[in-house]
Design a protein around this ligand. Sequence first.
Ligand code: TMP
Ligand code: ASP
Length: 239
Amino acid sequence: MEKLAMLYEGKAKQMFKTARKEELIVHFKDDATAFNGEKKGQIVDKGIINNKITNFFLKMLNQAGIPTHLIKELAARETLVKAVEIIPLEVVVRNTAAGSLAKRLGLPEGTKLERTVIEFYYKNDELGDPLINQSHIELLELATPAEIATLTKLASKINQILSTFLAARQVDLIDFKLEFGKTSAGEIILADEITPDTCRFWDIESREKLDKDRFRRDLGGVEAAYREMYKRITGQKWQ
Ligand code: TMP
Ligand code: ASP
C-alpha cells in the first residue's frame, strides 16, 4: 500500500491518504512536545518504538474483542489503519493520582485511587484541551449519551486488559489517554496510539517513571525509558 498525499500532521504523527478512501497510513515521528506544544524536542527512535508498541497493544485489544482502527503494520514507522472520523475527545483513565489529577484534587502523586477515574477532555488546541463533563459533551454535540456510555465501557475494559498485561511485566499502569473514531457505518472504534507518550508507566517496585514524563519534567534517561518499555511490552530485545 502506497502513501499518497499527507492528510494531516500532528505533533507526533502524520496521516497519509492511500489509494483506498477507507484506509490511511499513519507515520510515527520522533518529535515530542509537551504543554500544548510549548516544549519541543526529539526522542531518538520514539517513532519506531511507538509504532511497534501501538501495533502490539491494538492487536492484543482486537483479540480481546475491542474494535480498533488497526489493519496492519507496514514498516518501522508506518501502520495501515481504517479511516475514521475522530471523536474530538481525549478519554483519560486513571488508576493512581498523577499529573493534572494530582494537581486538581490536591492528591499526592502516587496515591492509589479507590475507584477508576474516567475523564473527558475536549480536543481543541486553541482552548488547551479543557476537561469537560457529559453535559458539555452533549451541549457541543461531540457525542450522544449512548456514545458516551460506549466510550466509558470500552475505556474501562481496555484499562482492565492493559493493567493486567503490564502488571505481569512489572509495570504499574498509572493512567492513560485514548481516542476513538467513528466508521462510516457509525461504529465506535479505538483509534490513535497507546504508547509511552500517552500513558504513565511506573516500575512496580522502584516506582521509576518509564514514560514521557521523563521528557515533560526533564528527568533525563528519556530514550532509555522508551527502550525499556519496548522490551517489557514486546518481550523483544531493542535492536
Ligand atoms: P494529565 O495528568 O496531564 O492530564 O495526563 C493524563 C494522561 O494522559 C497521561 O497518561 C498522559 C496522557 N496525555 C496525553 O496523551 N496527551 C496529552 O495531551 C495530555 C495532557 C496527557
Ligand atoms: N503532546 C501534548 C502537547 O504538546 C502534551 C503532552 O503529552 O503532555 O500538547
